[in-house]
Write a protein of this length. Structure first.
Lengths: 265, 281
């Protein structure tokens, strides 16, 4: 199941997009998300779609792979599409089958909203596909740095994120081990009613939690011994480098936004 | 010779409010000179891990003093003293903080505010010392236990410590991983003369040390060179410690009427005696 998930997965590569600084990618995606809402007619939506395709090409991520990973989201897109088609009753009547009436405006709104959805999901997936989670964390830490002025624990949050990311595979292995140990003792989580299955998960979770707390304690001691005293006076080993690529990417985005502004009706 | 560590009548209990509470460490004293390797051995609950925690200021003794590099360890100089020592724990997974090998090695450097340029050099250097320099970008889940422990040692070495404490650092490893880690320590000692304290219940490992401190019930049971300590034979087995394989074998051989020199600790020496047994007669 985990192998097929595209959302939140990172594929190492060496494309233009991969080499962007995580800060510029984060800024890019946030601005893009806001810019998507500027589009309101066919030309502007076409531009959004074209720009998204262009970004995907620049990232050299296989389109087939992206589409394959979109399947869970496809359902949501189809659902909103149908909602708009059947419940918008404006414009010319295009098609009628019994009580089902499809109006021109409904079809148009349905398509627009689907494109909007698609573009948002594709762009955010692209961010996580081309940026390692740890880089995203680094980028966020630097971007959120100004919030330190209002006593927001930016460094602590970033460290928590990176430690959680680091421990995901460890805890997955552990879950697998516990699962096998419980299976060997005759526990069965793959059959029975929903209630029985949920109950069978309890003997899986309890040992997992116990060991996670134990690990957390060990880790805290190890960190303390290695001189961790919070973010104060700390230097950074991971350096972020902003170069011409980042400036170019943001300038292209700016151009797209200006174009959207003029193209919108 | 400079005194790196000195414990004086250290007493510590986890239950200070309980008048009948047992002392986990009960009046232990010993000194350590720069460049020494001391093994602290004892079975579970003998107080050896508590002793390690007292040495690095994770715990403070109720009585007695822990002296590090010439001064007593206090709350005030704790961080400064810690920046001069490294500690490697038992579980390879639970002490890996960074996302990749190089991040983890850099962690202690970041904490101590070492500038970036210096950090890259030190990370490279430390990883080279433990022969993990080709694993810079590896993630912990793709490393073996022995490799993770070597990274942990590199993380300690990057700070250029004067004292390295190994708290059962090899006890969760397979024989191959244990071998790797011990070889790295031996190599380090040879090249840099690093002072090492290894807390262990593996007596084969203790054999490699300059001095062995045997702990039992929170007290120091014996202290001396491995030869002196292991000659106590029976007394050690009574504490629940295993004797080194060569010693056990020679005592069994002795029962069969084949007598080897007392104090034969290593397999190599035993083999030597056995194959020359006839010619000496």
């Amino acid at each position: 199941m985990m192998e097929k998930m595209v959302f939140g997965r990172y594929i190492p590569g060496d494309s233009f997009v991969h080499r962007l600084d995580p800060r510029s990618k984060l800024i890019f995606v946030f601005i893009f998300i806001a810019a998507v809402f500027l589009a309101n007619n066919t030309v502007s939506y076409a531009l959004l779609l074209a720009f998204t395709l262009f970004s995907i090409l620049a990232s050299k991520v296989r389109i087939g792979f992206l589409i394959g990973g979109l399947k869970p989201v496809m359902f949501l897109i189809a659902f909103t599409f149908l909602l708009h088609i059947f419940f918008t009753k404006e414009g010319d009547l295009l098609f009628q089958l019994g009580f089902l009436k499809i109006y021109e405006e409904g079809l148009r709104q349905g398509i627009y909203i689907s494109i909007r959805f698609l573009v948002l999901v594709l762009m955010t997936s692209l961010l996580t596909l081309t940026t390692s989670p740890i880089s995203i964390t680094d980028g966020l830490e630097v971007l959120l740095n100004p919030l330190k002025k209002v006593k927001f624990p930016v460094h602590e949050l970033a460290l928590m994120m990176s430690i959680s990311l680091r421990f995901i595979p460890t805890l997955m292995d552990e879950t697998d081990k516990i699962l096998k140990a419980q299976l060997a003792r005759g526990s069965d989580i793959s059959s029975g009613t929903m209630k029985e299955r949920i109950q069978a998960v309890v003997p899986l979770l309890v040992p997992l939690f116990v060991s996670a707390f134990k690990r957390a304690e060990d880790l805290a001691v190890a960190m303390e011994v290695r001189g961790y005293r919070g973010g104060e006076g700390r230097t950074r080993y991971r350096q972020l480098k902003w170069d011409w690529r980042d400036t170019t990417a943001l300038l292209i985005l700016l151009a797209v936004i200006v174009a959207l502004w003029f193209l919108r009706g | 010779m400079e005194r790196i560590l000195s414990l004086q009548d250290v007493r510590f209990t986890y239950t200070p409010d309980d008048p009948d509470g047992r002392y986990a460490v009960d009046g232990v004293s010993f000194d350590m000179q720069a460049g020494e390797w001391i093994a602290v051995v004892g079975h579970n609950g003998s107080g050896k891990s508590t002793l390690a925690r007292l040495m690095i200021g994770l715990l403070f003794p109720q009585e007695g003093t822990v002296g590090l590099f010439g001064d007593p360890l206090t709350e005030d100089n704790l961080w400064e003293k810690r920046s001069q020592m490294g500690m490697v724990f038992q579980n390879p997974d639970n002490q890996f903080v960074g996302a990749t090998v190089q991040d983890d090695v850099a962690f202690a450097l970041e904490n101590n505010g070492i500038p970036f340029e210096e950090m890259t050099l030190r990370v490279q250097g430390a990883l080279k010392q433990v022969k993990m320099d080709s694993f810079l970008d590896h993630e912990p889940q793709h490393l073996s236990g022995g490799q993770k422990q070597r990274v942990a040692i590199a993380g300690a070495l990057a700070l250029r410590p004067r004292l390295l404490i190994l708290d059962e650092a090899t006890s969760m490893l397979d024989p191959q991983g244990r071998e790797e880690v011990i070889r790295v320590i031996l190599d380090l000692r040879e090249r840099t003369g690093l002072s090492v304290i290894s807390i262990t219940h593996d007596l084969e490992e203790a054999l490699l040390a300059d001095r062995v401190v045997v702990m039992n019930g929170g007290r120091k049971f014996a202290e001396g060179t491995p030869q002196e300590v292991f000659l106590k034979g029976e007394a050690l087995t009574a504490l629940g410690l295993d004797l080194p394989f060569a010693m056990r074998l020679s005592s069994l051989l002795g029962e069969q009427g084949i007598h080897t020199e007392p104090g034969t600790m290593t397999e190599r020496k035993l083999v030597e005696q056995l194959w020359t047994l006839r010619s000496n007669r």
